[in-house]
Design a protein around this ligand. Structure first.
Ligand code: AMP
Length: 499
């Protein structure tokens, strides 16, 4: 099938042809004709499937007929993060270059003034994050009664971030007769409930299992220790094969610490997480896209859905505690037909989380040979003898009735739901979207736990077995470290004392 067969207008087809795309992806082939015909669509698809163009292309086509009135946008697209909103805006610019559509982007971290001026002139396409949109509505600067096409993108991530009440409020402001396009990578019960309420007799299109990982990605599991992690990471990065990489940490503060440590050891690194202001985030992302920043240390929320076509490596500096995040993280590499490598650094405390990931993806993650990694002895005395799932008996006993992980380190405080919310990127992102930041209450984020995250543990204690095959050569080669972690730690401590 070609794009010409989908019923799109010549202007849109010309813009598509200029991007070099000739064959529509499955979600595009299936969704575009229905969107053009005015049907509601429920798209179960993750990023990387071409889902953005599956709604932007027919929207441009439909909106090219008609004119926008002041403060009354003709279409509305809700995105969970600013980066995704900006990415969708880029799509409209690329594919809409031969159509004169006006567009406004309402995202946190950008001044209200410029956004209001655009709204006053009237916009065809309004792309927004939920909190910021509600702020504008509250100020009487935007009326949603003229919205003909409504898109909710990444609905499951909206759920994770506590945006559902905001979305429900926004929906009340929309006209009853409208076309709704709803996209989600997964369909937990809360999302199913929303689709039952928001969508009218939708065309359901499912293009890939949410747990599927790209075939172009070589996955590797590296067993290490908490203290040895940074050395192992630097060791791998120092190899030529790592052209550029996104390095994921579970917590915002670890993103900052790791970025500073990498920079101090002479590596080109930048950080992105929800506590950073928008201009810093945009600048860092631009630098990474252009190649002036080689390593992007990131949190899940800030990097969610980022479309950077040429990322050679993804490192999970921390094993994600929500298995689905693993799929999303490693999907940042191996895009657009290119090959990529996803390395997961795991300590023995991560066994349960690894087991959940492997259950989700349906395969064990091939393990690198431990001795080949040469974790420095002083940093990791027990690393070579442990599998990730084996905990010392002491620690296992200390779990007691809580059923938790029994960690006794400094991160424990952050693992109670309340503290987690305070440190969570989603919480920061959500409150930043509003003018008056409000803390996210733990009870506002029930979805993660219900969806098999932190609270749900695997039934069996099957050890995680790596295959040991397909280990990239760069992992097996010994390299010199530019600087020892210990020295960097000392410098960081000194820096903190000075501050
Ligand atoms: P998305 O799932 O919307 O994040 O898109 C993932 C990537 O696929 C983006 O880099 C798009 O530019 C690219 N893409 C979208 N449509 C096509 C297509 N028909 N053929 C090849 N690549 C595409």
């Amino acid at each position: 099938m070609t794009f010409d067969e989908l019923g799109l207008a010549p202007e849109v087809l010309k813009a598509v042809a200029e991007t070099g795309y000739t064959v529509p992806t499955p979600i595009q082939a299936q969704a575009i004709p229905h969107v053009l015909a005015g049907r509601d669509v429920l798209g179960i698809a993750q990023t990387g499937t071409g889902k953005t163009a599956s709604f932007t292309l027919p929207m441009i086509d439909k909106l090219s007929r008609g004119r926008a009135k002041a403060r009354m946008p003709r279409s509305l697209i809700l995105e969970p993060t600013r980066e995704l909103a900006a990415q969708v805006a880029e799509n409209f610019e690329t594919y809409g270059k031969y159509n004169k559509l006006s567009m406004a982007l309402l995202i946190g971290g950008v001044s209200f003034g410029d956004q209001e001026k655009k709204l006053d002139r009237g916009v065809d396409v309004l792309i927004a994050t939920p909190g910021r949109l509600l702020d504008h509505c509250g100020r009487g600067k935007v009326l949603l009664t003229g919205v003909q096409i409504f898109v909710i993108d990444e609905a499951d991530r909206m759920l994770d971030m506590g945006f559902i009440p905001d979305i429900e409020e926004i929906c009340k402001k929309l006209p009853f007769t409208r076309q709704t396009l709803f996209f989600s990578a997964t369909m937990p019960p809360e999302i199913q409930r929303l689709t039952d309420t928001f969508l009218h007799n939708p065309e359901r299109i499912e293009v890939a299992r949410p747990s599927s990982t790209g075939a172009t990605i070589t996955q590797v599991l590296v067993k290490t220790t908490r203290d040895g992690k940074r050395d192992v990471l630097q060791r791998m990065i120092e190899e030529d094969n790592v052209k550029n990489a996104i390095i994921f940490c579970n917590r915002k503060r670890d993103v900052s610490v790791l970025e500073r440590a990498l920079s101090k050891s002479g590596l080109s690194a930048g950080a992105i997480h929800g506590d950073l202001d928008q201009s810093t985030r945009t600048k860092t992302l631009d630098g990474f896209r252009k190649g002036t920043i080689r390593l992007l240390v990131a949190s899940d929320v800030a990097a969610r859905g980022l479309d950077i076509p040429d990322v050679s490596h993804v490192f999970n500096y921390d094993v994600p505690s929500h298995a689905e995040d693993y799929v999303h993280r490693i999907g940042r590499t191996g895009r657009a037909g290119k090959s990529g490598t996803a390395v997961t650094l795991a300590t023995r405390e991560d066994g349960k989380y690894l087991a959940a990931i492997e259950k989700l993806i349906g395969n064990p993650i091939p393990a690198a040979k431990e001795e080949a990694l040469a974790v420095p002895q002083e940093a990791a005395p027990e690393a070579s003898a442990e599998t990730c799932d084996e905990e010392p008996k002491e620690e296992k006993r200390s779990r007691g009735r809580r059923g938790g992980r029994g960690r006794k380190d400094k991160t424990e405080a952050a693992e109670t739901p309340k503290a987690e919310a305070a440190d969570s990127d989603a919480a920061a992102e959500r409150s930043e979207e509003h003018t008056q930041p409000e803390p996210v209450k733990a009870e506002e984020r029930p979805a993660r736990r219900e969806r098999g995250g932190r609270g749900r543990e695997r039934d069996d204690d099957r050890p995680v077995v790596g295959l040991g095959d397909h280990v990239p050569a760069f992992i097996l080669r010994a390299v010199k470290l530019p600087k020892k972690t210990k020295d960097i730690d000392e410098e960081l401590e000194a820096e903190a004392e000075d501050a």
